[in-house]
Write a protein that binds this ligand. Structure first.
Ligand code: SP5
Ligand code: ZN
Length: 341
């Protein structure tokens, strides 16, 4: 298992997250990656390398280039407008409104936001690029003929859509990794999203494509972020019809129920003919996660890795969510152990 990690994740260290009507210290913070890195190396995964300095070529195939330009410039535009706080969207192009991109930065940030939980700061873009580079470098490890890579991505990516940021995500790392595998010659790949939250961004990227199967196991959006996507009747459209599968699950879902959804997803990934799996790994399914409501225990993450490995395909794992508690490191290491078992 090669581990790809960049210190540049620290460039994203926001002070604010709009949560429960207050600006709190963000759940998605640098300590997460530090704890995960420490735990995986202590568990014996010592082949840790920095990512290659990839540009945006692969990202431009899954994101709107104008959106990537927005990400690159939003902080400077926010500062130029004279604002002193972090950049937070507060006006949105909702039902029955125009989808033209406003010139005004407050309008532009609202246009490109799918949630107001994600404050943009100086350095957020640079950290997002480093995170994406981890994912591309991990995909290339598979392209070179290896079976497993772990991209210790931070910030996470699975809520980032074609032209949308939010849910702590800016560039869809797992989506870029999937594209990278396709560009290297894979005819079909799958993104398997086991983060507690629906992978709305990843679903958006590939909803009309027949070459990337997307599956997400998550808290039912009737009760959980991102609220507006992730229902079981979203199955893909056009070329992508039948190539998206959602497994929304109720509050307090335990491993026994969750793992039968995983078994179904893996069977569909095999039937689809995927040549590799990109796992969008959030460990916010853990029973003690501060913002989620599933009941997975630390040992369950070993079984999770084993089940995914039993599909017999190469696997690139990209870090997504998992918050607050020290066990996030152990839980990630357990998945990696299960994969290699
Ligand atoms: C990558 C990832 O896991 N992103 C998640 C973003 C969630 N942001 C909104 C958090 C709102 C949580 N509300 C839960 C209430 C618990 N009492
Ligand atoms: Zn999550």
């Amino acid at each position: 298992m090669r581990v790809i990690y960049s210190e540049d994740h620290k460039l994203r260290d926001a002070r604010t997250e709009l949560y429960a009507g207050q600006l709190v210290t963000p759940f998605e913070a640098p300590f997460r990656a530090e704890w995960i890195l420490t735990a995986v190396t202590e568990a014996g995964f010592r082949d840790v390398v920095a990512p290659d300095a990839h540009g945006l070529d692969t990202a431009r195939k899954v994101h709107d280039p104008a959106y990537l330009d927005f990400l690159a410039t939003v902080w400077d535009r926010w500062v130029a407008a004279g604002f002193e706080g972090e950049a937070i969207a507060n006006s949105f192009p909702v039902r029955r409104t125009s989808q033209r991109v406003p010139d005004n930065i407050v309008g532009a940030i609202g246009h490109y936001a799918n949630a107001a939980d994600t404050s943009i700061t100086k350095g957020s873009y640079e950290a997002a690029i480093a995170s994406m580079r981890c994912a591309v470098t991990a995909a290339d490890w598979l392209n070179a003929g290896n079976r497993f890579a772990f991209a210790l991505c931070r910030p996470p990516g699975h809520h980032a859509g074609i032209d949308l940021f939010g849910g702590y995500c800016f560039i869809n790392n797992a989506g870029v990794a999937a594209q990278r595998l396709i560009d290297h010659g894979a005819k079909k790949v799958a993104v398997l999203d086991v983060d507690f939250h629906h992978g709305n961004g990843t679903q958006d990227l590939f909803y009309h494509r027949g070459d990337v199967f997307t599956a997400s196991l998550h808290g039912d959006p009737l009760f959980a972020f991102p609220y507006f996507l992730g229902h079981a009747d979203e199955e893909g459209e056009g070329e992508g019809a039948g190539a998206n599968r959602n497994y929304p699950m109720a509050p307090h879902t335990p491993w026994q129920v969750w793992s039968s959804a995983l078994a179904d997803a893996l069977a569909r990934i095999k039937a689809f003919g995927a040549e590799a799996i990109v796992v969008a790994l959030g460990v916010d399914t853990f029973e003690c996660d501060p913002i989620s409501f599933f009941q997975l225990k630390s040992e369950d993450f070993i079984r999770m890795g084993e089940m995914i490995s039993a599909a017999g395909l190469p696997v690139v794992t990209c870090m997504e969510g998992g918050y607050g508690v020290p066990e996030i490191g152990l839980n990630v290491a357990n998945v990696l152990k299960g994969l290699e078992a």
